[in-house]
Design a protein around this ligand. Sequence first.
Ligand SMILES: C[S@@+](CC[C@H](N)C(=O)[O-])C[C@H]1O[C@@H](n2cnc3c(N)ncnc32)[C@H](O)[C@@H]1O
Length: 218
Amino acid sequence: MTDNINYQYIVDYIVNTIPQSSGFLKELEEYADERFIPIIQREVKGFLATLLEYKRPRRILEVGSAIGYSSIFFSQFLKEGGEIITLEKDEKYAAIARDNIKKAGKENIIHLIEGPAEETITTVEGKLDMVFLDANKSQYRHYFDVIFPNLNPGGIIICDNILYKGMTANDALLPRKHYAIVKHIRDFLDFLCRHEELTTSIIPIGDGMSLSVKKGDI
Ligand SMILES: C[S@@+](CC[C@H](N)C(=O)[O-])C[C@H]1O[C@@H](n2cnc3c(N)ncnc32)[C@H](O)[C@@H]1O
């Protein structure tokens, strides 16, 4: 099984076109790399920067904070007065993320809710412009069902790692132990792609991401 859904030379080429991070974000990238903490890949970050520059959301919900890297990165693209709510179940990561959010001076903008997102997501109130699902894939449908009514028209839902090292697209890559999770992902993607109120694309970048836009007048 390959670890990468794209040829390495393609990834390297794309990554080399993206401006290098500096300052605290660079420090966090090094911290995550040294400890094998899975934060968004560089090419995914580059793509999301383009999307966020266009979208300029006011309220973002993220599921899966880890050390706070993606939240801190997203926060530079928020509209004035905007907010990010990020959900993390791991106590240790939540503490590190809170600390990093504070060090980045974003504690008034990024609000972390600790606990299993299956439960905490039901406490998130108010309209959302962007949802980033980057945690336990088996629950993506549940997360979707809870947040969709609160997503504004023109709002976007991004799900990371949905091609799952290629296994989602090719049974020949799929060992038995991953059957259940891949079935969840396939069913969820099928649901997103057929949803009448969404336009969805599957993008083969990083480990694969889906990008869905809610239809309707903005
Ligand atoms: C891939 S990491 C998130 C990386 C982060 N979004 C970034 O790019 O900087 C996934 C995170 O989801 C968290 N997670 C997994 N299951 C969860 C759940 N049920 N509720 C909340 N967080 C969960 C994990 O503890 C882990 O920190």
